[in-house]
Design a protein around this ligand. Structure first.
Ligand code: GLA
Length: 692
């Protein structure tokens, strides 16, 4: 059965901050790093830049509560009043991601302990053991104090709880985690017999006869039971979420403002954001480009699509990205002129109703002094400042986009449990990961101009023309049944190799590899045939044969890598055959009619270029129209009753033309356009068309 909804909002915010009727613009504001006389200048410059929202006090615990139980909120009062007088709203933070030194000194047992038993100390940041009672009590005390004092303040637009749960560590192996893990397991399994069965403890003599003997999966001579590790990943995520929920509920006692916490969608896989999204009032996200990747804007698009997807399609807040270089990658590449706007508009086009940065003013001291900011060390005479103020002015012209929605016709499966399971040791090939296949399929879809949702395999898929399962290794029988029902009802499902292999306990499905998808795909896997590192194989693919009824016999040679399967056909038509490799002559790519829909299977790693040929047929079969756009002209559409907004971003060095279906108004320039729009090299346009 598909689940009916992925999102249960908190008190009726519907994805927005009450009283805000524009696109928000701003960043993290850390005034405590500066003498008080700088604050007034900050507010003046924020006004100049068009800033209307800041995240405040994220790492201020040690100054707000200098000694246990002694509070000094006077300085925060002054900052909030200054911002309020300047018309700038605040997302007030709970500072619990930076526990003060006194807490570490008083409760050394509350430190996070790593897998090798090393406790992680103070002098940095990051939470303490999420299950340690002393940390939890102290976190609630400071949270309650802030909520009491500022809960009804008109400057407070919302609450920014903690900071990036899951970073820098998710997994804690302390004595507190040990105790809490057993409690969690008892609740999950009820009995040791059930735990032993789920974990398959008959293997390697791991049977448990006493709950007290069950451990967190700390360092061991060789790999720890994979089902135990998978449950520990679930438990660790849930333990962090408990911390959030406790702080959120403490805030709600004193404040009706919406509560959020900044996710790291796409870059941190340790927290199940579909579960987290159910707990926040508004989804928000942080994103940083991978500087080593010249096409990092595609990764950005995927992270933004994922954020919108976990938000169930509702608007979301971009709380952090960078104006230029970060400081924590091996080579921190500065953004090129215009890249700041291109990045920002990609987030906006994909559903973000705020564009914010880490951070407002560059820090002089500490670990992040080389990180870019809205106001850089070079001051207001700089390129970055000019781009920041230009962006603020442009976002000021886009208030009508607030709350509009993005609709995707394609979904790619994104399942945290599948990531957690697949990334464990002892897999058939370290050359394949869920993430690599997601990225490759996403890249192909991005280049072909298709907007994508990233979805869980168990959710309602009926609105999508195409669903891609990219190495979806862990797939419960219920989720596989949902995919099968989707095909039966007329959907097109494309499954990549190493999918549907294990159930929720990391146990191989009865009936063999991919057995639960056999009906939908008309094929199953007798044996995996992974390739040696660097080896490739050739697939002869009958291009067009699988398209919308066409019967071309052109055979295209496609290069595959990493993986092959010994496939057994059970009704599927082989449209691609191995020309060489471990099973010459064997089926490599298949298509199967099931019910009113189609199931495709691709058994080797085709790169994004090779995938183009196959995907063209898949699109044709699924009724997806070609976008007709120049590659690297990114166009995303937001819609509302009566209007559609095309956000166009030209990632190329040439001016390009974009055909228009109807006359449009450019909201940034006021120009009216009829048949086509020119998007200059590296530029962005936001085009409104009226819809019936
Ligand atoms: C994260 C954190 C910020 C800052 C930035 C730097 O997103 O939330 O506090 O450290 O990274 O890129």
């Amino acid at each position: 059965m598909p689940e009916t909804s992925t999102f249960v909002a908190g008190p009726s915010y519907d994805g927005w901050l009450p009283g805000v009727d524009h696109i928000c613009y701003g960043g993290d504001y850390n005034p405590e790093q500066w003498p008080e006389e700088v604050w007034a200048e900050d507010v003046r410059l924020m006004n100049e830049a068009g800033v209307n929202l800041v995240s405040l006090g994220i790492f201020s615990w040690a100054l707000l509560e200098p000694r246990e139980g002694e509070f000094d909120l006077a300085w925060l009062d002054r900052v909030i009043e200054l911002l309020h007088a300047g018309g700038i709203r605040v997302l007030l933070a709970t500072p619990t991601a930076a526990p003060p030194a006194w807490l570490f000194a008083a409760h050394p047992d509350a430190r996070v302990v790593d897998r090798n038993g090393t406790p992680l100390g103070p002098g940095s940041r990051g939470l303490m053991a999420p299950t340690a009672p002393a940390y939890r009590a102290a976190a609630l005390r400071i949270t309650t104090r802030l909520a009491e004092r500022y809960g009804a303040h008109p400057a407070v637009a919302g609450w920014h709880v903690h900071n990036e749960y899951g970073a820098p560590v998710t997994h804690d192996y302390s004595v507190h985690a040990q105790r809490a893990f057993r409690v969690w397991l008892r609740a999950r399994y009820g009995s040791l017999d059930a735990l032993n069965a789920a974990w398959g403890t008959a293997f390697w003599g791991q049977h448990y006869a006493d709950w007290e003997h069950v451990q967190v999966p700390a360092a061991a001579p060789t790999s720890v039971n994979p089902a135990q590790q998978l449950d520990f990943a679930r438990f660790s995520d849930a333990a962090l979420r408990d911390c959030f929920v406790a702080e959120r509920d403490a805030i709600r006692e004193h404040s009706s403002a919406p509560v959020t916490t900044n996710f790291m969608a796409g870059t941190n896989l340790s927290t199940d954001l579909f579960a987290w999204a159910r707990e926040v009032d508004i989804v928000s996200n942080d994103h940083y480009l991978e500087a080593a990747d010249p096409r990092a804007h595609v990764g950005l698009a995927m992270a933004a699509d994922l954020t919108r997807s976990v938000a169930g399609g509702k608007p979301w807040l971009l709380l952090e990205h960078s104006t230029s270089a970060v400081n924590w990658q091996p080579r921190n590449v500065a953004k090129r002129p215009g890249e700041l706007a291109r990045n920002s508009f990609s987030h906006l086009g994909r559903g973000a109703d705020s564009i914010m940065f880490f951070q407002w003013r560059a820090s002089r001291s500490g670990a992040e002094k080389f990180h870019s900011a809205m106001l850089p060390h070079a001051g207001t005479g700089s390129r970055v400042w000019r781009e920041v103020t230009a962006l603020g002015a442009n976002l000021g012209r886009l208030a009508e986009l607030r709350g509009t929605r993005v609709r995707a016709e394609v979904a790619v499966l994104w399942d945290y449990e599948s990531f957690w399971a697949q990334d464990l040791e002892h897999r058939p090939s370290e050359g394949t990961t869920h993430r690599e296949r997601v990225n490759t399929f996403y890249d192909r879809l991005w280049r072909d101009g298709h907007t994508v949702d990233l979805v869980r395999p168990g959710q309602d898929l009926s609105s999508y023309r195409l669903v891609v399962a990219p190495a979806s290794y862990l797939l419960s029988a219920a989720d596989a049944a949902n995919l099968t029902a989707y095909v039966e009802a007329g959907g097109t499902l494309l499954v990549s190799y190493f999918s549907g292999i294990v159930d929720e306990h990391d146990a191989v499905h009865p009936g063999g590899f991919m057995a639960p998808l056999r009906e939908a795909l008309g094929v199953w896997v007798e044996e995996f045939l992974p390739l040696r590192e660097g080896d490739t194989l050739t697939v002869g693919y009958r291009a067009g044969a699988a398209g919308a009824g066409s019967a071309s016999t052109d055979v295209v040679r496609l290069t595959g890598a990493v993986w092959a399967d010994d496939l057994v056909l059970d009704g599927a038509e082989p449209v691609g055959t191995y020309a060489d490799g471990p099973k010459p002559g064997g089926a490599a790519i298949t298509r199967h009619r099931h019910g009113a829909g189609t199931g495709w299977y691709v058994s080797t790693a085709l790169d994004a270029d090779a995938l183009a040929t196959v995907m063209a047929d898949v699109y044709a079969g699924a009724g997806l129209a070609p976008s007709g756009l120049v590659e690297d002209l990114e166009v995303v559409r937001r819609t509302t009753d009566g209007a559609e907004y095309a956000v166009a971003i030209n990632h190329t060095d040439d001016d390009v033309r974009m055909p228009l279906g109807a006359p449009a108004t450019d909201l940034l320039t006021g120009d009216t356009l009829t048949d086509e729009a020119e998007v200059p090299a590296g530029a962005v346009r936001v085009l409104r068309t009226t819809t019936p």
